[in-house]
Unconditional design. Sequence first.
Length: 460
Amino acid sequence: SNAKPWGGRFTAATHRAVEAFTASIDVDRRLLEVDIRASQAHARMLGACGVLPPEEARTLVEGLAEVRRRLEEGTFRLDPALEDVHMNVEHLLGRVVGPVAGKLHTGRSRNDQVATDMHLYMKEALDRLEAAVRELQQALVEKAEAHLDVIMPGYTHLQRAQPVLFSHHLLAYFWMLERDAGRLADARRRADWCPLGAAALAGTGFPLDREQVARELGFGRIYPNSIDAVSDRDYLLEFLAAASILMMHLSRLCEELVLWSSEEFGFIELDDAYCTGSSIMPQKKNPDVAELIRGKTGRVYGALVGLLTVLKGLPLSYNRDLQEDKAGVFAALDTVEAALPLCAGMIRTMRVRADRMAAALERDFSAATDLADHLVERGVPFREAHRIVGELVLHCIRAGRRLQDLTLDDLRAHSPLFGPEAPGRLSPRAVVEARKLYGGTARQAVERQLAEARAILAAA
Ligand code: ARG
């Protein structure tokens, strides 16, 4: 026979390789706390519904409290031969309260139990993540507010395009993160369904009160279909999709920090606390944290594709494949939870080198659009204005001149259509200040954007 909790219909012991292969305790041990909590709610409900005598239910609830105490004091020794977190908890409960522990699993399966644990765990994780996203948004807002005077080159195709406020550029990330917060909140809404009571797949004949357990555990609603309840991993996919998009944003931010902190750009200097050195080159200060966040983004995408792949061919309802949901979800969660505060720290502590950005803007043609706009204001069709200024730029490149050095006479020598305000349009400040429309880069527009961002953080 077989000593496992399910050993009755077996005659032989489990192969050791099978024990090792099927065990999930190394991964699901972090569910211990929610597993105990969910079991206490289940036991209390069994008592309230009269499925168990009240004193037995109380013994189970109190025994589980003792299990939690041992977990907290570090004397709960997990046994891989017991497969997973659920059977380890039940086993220790048996040592604490005796044979009555065997009644805890009445009307319940590990299939609805593990789903309930994961829902509980993810709700709390998603709350922590949203708070961490808010922290990074706060760091961006504060940095943007502190550097409202700084103008930087704005890029498309990584070619100089038009000057923008550095604050405007930073706040672009605020809005990406705002959408991330929305996606995480949305995933949390789906994690808020309680599967308990679905049992193995079909529900149970015991008169359980699913609403009571759900209420006690803080769930917003219960799954209406027991088969769906034990099979559904959508909320994990939604978390992974939201986490992937969030990491993509962090990766883009980090890519810019890497670029900007290079000697070639020199727009920022990262704080020593967020950099590391070289074992051979004494002069080096490398942006390894930013690089690793960029690099670890791949793992999070991998977890999403991994779980989608696990699920795609599964027949209903529970299949052991579903146990594979946890490793990727937890790895993704840990990665995102580590990356968010590190990004906030890098943003808060980085030195902004306005002088280097200003110097970069000295030698470019990023006022060209505004010169064309000037002609348009004087009645020239935009396409014609575009051509005139394009030729002017080509002339300057050939003559080794800068746009902002051109006098009105120089401009008029090229086209008589230029008016007296034209040279005044050429400074980076003038280009920035021209864009006062909502969402634009002029200081007043960015201040308005900052006010909206601050209001969002105050309400969050
Ligand atoms: N450790 C399992 C999991 O994570 C628990 C459910 C096991 N159920 C079963 N029928 N073997 O999915």
